[in-house]
Ligand binder design. Structure first.
Ligand SMILES: *Cc1c(COP(=O)(O)O)cnc(C)c1O
Length: 321
């Protein structure tokens, strides 16, 4: 089996991130445990630097650039959190960054990215190809392209979230991870299966954007149209050529949840746990809390992947009953 990353890559990433990324807390809730009949351990990446786990993969990638790569800088395309993660990592490492972002990305994410000192270039996500734009910029300016999920250094960085969770809470029967293009789950699956070979690793996608579930079931990469869902961090069209083989080899199942279930889960975190978790960040938790997955009697790790949401939009989503 020749996968893009192995466990050593995740340990090496953890060493690079030590003292730079937050070691995020693990939260628990009696109410969540009662509701599910399980013991849930929430890994709070909504409290990570820049508000999502994406800082892990971005910093792990940029900190491995050669001096020449650092001088020319980094370019990437992203619907938001990866953009901020690259922008912040580039600033910490003192290199230029250009971020290609969809023009309908949340304003807060665009401004936060600019706030970290990166140059933002907008494009129309329904008519233009973001990868082509990113590659062209890389070619013209000699910058290095770091994509949001399909890169071994990104995947290894993201896996440190599961590594820390397991170090902190010990054995788990199930690990629930949200899935966009599969960077987070591929890293987390390598970390989890190394430490706990019998732990089931389950991915959770938005119902409207189940490209990874379809690919997983079909045994080959399936492309879908840009999905319309409130989970803006999981609006991917296909898993990657590096992430998909890892998912095929190590992930046990891929489930979906609806936008309505994401909203009730967001409300649960706000009311019961006093935490802001963005819609995409609620995917994994929704599978357990909304009854889609039977976890009774199990110890369950749940990655809360991010907390970046415009306050007005957050209020509007929570206002609907
Ligand atoms: C990017 C992102 C995801 C999906 O991660 P992938 O590595 O693309 O699978 C999930 N949640 C949040 C908050 C994200 O920013």
């Amino acid at each position: 089996m020749n996968l893009a990353i192995k466990h050593d890559d995740i340990s090496a990433a953890a060493a690079r991130l030590h003292g730079v990324a937050h070691r995020t807390p693990v939260a628990t809730s009696h109410t969540a445990n009662e509701r599910t009949g399980a013991e849930l351990f929430f890994k709070c990446e909504n409290l990570q630097r820049m508000g999502a786990f994406k800082f892990r993969g971005a910093y792990n990638s940029l900190s491995q650039f050669t001096p020449e790569q650092r001088r020319a800088g980094v370019v990437t395309f992203s619907s938001g959190n990866h953009a901020q993660a690259i922008a912040l990592s580039a600033r910490l490492l003192g290199m230029p960054a250009i971020i290609v972002m969809p023009s309908d990305a949340p304003q807060m994410k665009i401004e936060a990215t600019q706030g970290y000192g990166a140059e933002v270039q907008l494009f129309d996500r329904y008519t233009e190809d973001r990868e082509a734009i990113g590659r062209k910029l890389a070619g013209e300016r000699g910058m290095t392209l770091i994509p949001p999920f399909d890169h071994p250094h990104v995947m290894a960085g993201q896996g440190t979230a599961a590594l820390e969770l397991i170090e902190d809470v010990g054995a788990l029967d199930v690990l629930l991870v949200c899935v966009g293009g599969g960077g987070l789950i591929s890293g987390c699956a390598v970390a989890a299966k190394h430490a706990l070979p019998r732990c089931r690793v389950i991915g959770v996608e938005p119902e409207a954007g189940n490209d990874v579930q379809q690919s997983f079931r079909r045994g080959e990469i399936v492309h879908i149209n840009v999905p319309k869902t409130i989970a803006d961090g999981a609006q991917t069209q296909a898993p990657g050529r590096f992430t998909f083989p890892v998912i095929q080899a190590l992930v046990d199942d891929v489930l979906t949840v609806s936008d309505a279930q994401l909203v009730s889960t967001m409300r649960f975190f706000a009311e019961r746990m006093k935490m802001v978790v963005e819609p995409t960040g609620c995917l994994a938790a929704a599978a357990a809390l909304e009854g889609g997955l039977d976890v009774r009697g199990k110890r369950v790790g749940v990655i809360l992947s991010g907390g970046n949401i415009d306050v007005a939009r957050y209020a509007a989503l929570l206002g609907h009953r």
